[in-house]
Design a protein around this ligand. Structure first.
Ligand SMILES: O=C(O)CCC(=O)C(=O)O
Ligand SMILES: [Fe+2]
Length: 530
């Protein structure tokens, strides 16, 4: 595990770390290894900067001097610095884009500097290396191994780990290509098996009771730390027990939500299936575009009674797949708002869910429209049906199978924001098996609330949080006879917050990490294979 120091951070730490990471980029541009470092005084002034000067490979200009690591270069520069005269070196900080190796930790100690802030941990880097690992001991532990009387060293990190790792990955000099970093579907198959078992156990088809409630939580705070803490605790309790909750006062304008439902109804209900397919052709590997009654859930063996349009917020994916302008404008705006809200929720949950994460890691792992972005906005329409049809589709066939508007499933993402409209009920969730206060597992409705958004935890965050959070099953039941008199639609819009492809999701110690890209890909594949 990477160590997180108990020492406090300073207001200029992030800016100085960005300067160290920029140095690591300069190193790459000069054909060297991706490491950078800066020296900073106790007022936050950068006194010197250096980067690795060992050539990346013989192909890139000779082997060079292998001791020319960024920190060693920096310490050597210190001897010649004019601006360090009169300063107390023990109060200076060295920012290193990656946790210093044993050699650099020694050089830093002998330089007289007593504070070290690092970007990504050597452990994180090690796990992405294509070759053998390095000669590293976590720097905090290394300094603790020194003799009594040794000067006390103050270590802070990881800080801006994603940014620091991005330079390593993009450098192409030694990280594994990210697509090879997968777990052969071990986890994703487990998720699919959980869904498949619902068919045999009968739990998937058990009717909903109102034995437990899905909490409704106001997200309005006065920008005050106490309010934020109260809100974080409420979200944590709801996420940890039920796994589903509805938020109100969340800041997304009601008019925008209503406008999104209006363009959705216009797209689905005022065009033929062929027109929709032509406007937004479906791409299987991207899981993007328009689909008509195609999704067969492992939990039901029958196709969901729905049509959907999936907007994937990745560079280029929606080209040739956007319905007309007004739809695109509205969907883009809703995506922006949903993205911000999801990130706020993830940040509020992070401290309890992923205690080893640097604060903000979850939020930073989602980038809208990035080349490896994976967030999606899914417009759903469950078409109206006659009462007779609803009855027929919910009567078990010879194999005991029935139909659903959406069969029981868990979502693949970190967190889902689900917009639903009053008067269009049907969404239900199953109790969390880890919540022992609920006894036997049961289903309960998630009633639509005007302007409210239903939130649920997905499999990605369940995994990232080492099971501290749980992604619970949910489904959309068929309409009742009353709801079919007259036949009526259900529209919903789901925002799925899925980390960028290169994000490394690491769960328990000893388990293989997986990139978010591989994770989603294996879920897409297994869903189509089922
Ligand atoms: O339409 C709904 O209410 C639920 C949709 C859903 O759960 C999904 O698409 O994952
Ligand atoms: Fe879902």
């Amino acid at each position: 595990m990477s160590s997180t120091s108990t020492f406090t951070t300073r207001s200029y730490d992030e800016d100085c770390m960005k300067a160290a990471i920029a140095q690591s980029q300069v190193a790459v541009e000069e054909g060297c290894m991706p490491f950078g470092a800066v020296l900073v005084d106790d007022a936050g002034n950068i006194l010197a900067a250096a980067h690795n000067c060992s050539a990346a490979s013989s192909k890139r200009g000779g082997k060079g001097d292998v001791t020319r690591h960024a920190e060693v270069e920096l310490v050597r520069k210190m001897g010649a610095l004019d601006n360090i005269d009169g300063k107390d070196k023990t109060k200076c900080t060295i920012y290193a884009s990656t946790e210093p190796c044993v050699m650099c930790a020694g050089a830093i100690y002998w330089s007289g500097v007593s504070r070290v802030v690092y970007g990504c941990s050597s452990e994180e880097l090690e796990q992405t290396l294509s070759g053998p690992g390095g000669f590293d001991i976590p720097v905090e532990r290394l300094y603790q191994m020194g003799r009594p009387g040794m000067r006390k060293m103050n270590i802070v990190g990881p800080l801006l780990a994603k940014e620091a790792m991005d330079v390593h990955r993009a450098s192409g000099v030694w990280c594994k290509p990210i697509t090879t970093n997968n777990d052969n579907g071990k986890h994703t198959n487990q998720d699919i098996e959980t869904e498949r078992s619902l068919l045999q156990s009968g739990l998937g088809a058990a009717p909903a009771t109102r034995d437990f409630q899905v909490p409704v939580i106001s997200m309005s705070t006065q920008d005050d730390d106490d309010d934020e803490t109260i809100l974080a605790n409420q979200l944590w309790d709801a996420a940890r027990t039920v796994g589903f909750f509805t938020v109100v006062d969340h800041g997304i304008p009601l008019e925008l939500i209503q406008q999104a439902f209006a363009v959705s109804a216009d797209f689905f209900s005022n065009q033929t299936r062929e027109e929709k397919e032509e406007q937004s052709p479906f791409a299987k590997e991207l899981n993007s575009g328009y689909e008509y009654f195609t999704q067969v859930r492992p939990s039901t063996g029958t196709a969901d009674q729905k049509e959907s349009l999936q907007v994937t917020a990745r560079q280029g994916v929606m080209e040739g797949r956007w319905p007309p302008e007004k739809f695109q404008d509205t969907a883009t705006q809703l995506l922006e708002h949903a993205h911000k809200l999801a990130n706020r929720i993830l940040t509020l949950l992070e401290k309890d869910a992923c205690p080893l994460n640097e604060a903000g890691t979850l939020a930073k792992s989602h980038t809208l429209w990035a080349p490896d972005g994976q967030c999606t906005l899914r417009f759903l329409h469950y078409p109206p049906m006659e009462p007779e049809t609803a009855k027929q589709l919910t009567t078990p066939d010879e194999q005991g199978k029935i139909h659903w508007r959406a069969g029981p499933h868990t979502d693949w993402d970190n967190v889902t924001l689900l917009f639903q409209q009053p008067g269009q009920a049907g969404l239900e969730c199953c109790s969390n098996p880890h919540d022992t206060t609920k006894g036997e597992r049961r289903w309960t409705p998630i009633d639509p609330v005007e302007g409210g958004i239903a939130i649920n935890i997905g499999d990605m965050l369940a995994r990232w949080s080492d099971g501290r959070l749980y992604s619970n099953l949910h489904r959309v039941r068929m309409p009742t006879v009353e709801e079919c008199t007259p036949p009526s639609s259900r529209y919903s819009i789901a925002y799925f917050a899925q980390s960028d492809k290169a994000t490394v999701i690491r769960s328990k110690e000893g388990e293989d990490p997986i990139t978010a890209g591989d994770y989603i890909l294996s879920r897409i594949r297994s869903n189509f294979e089922s």
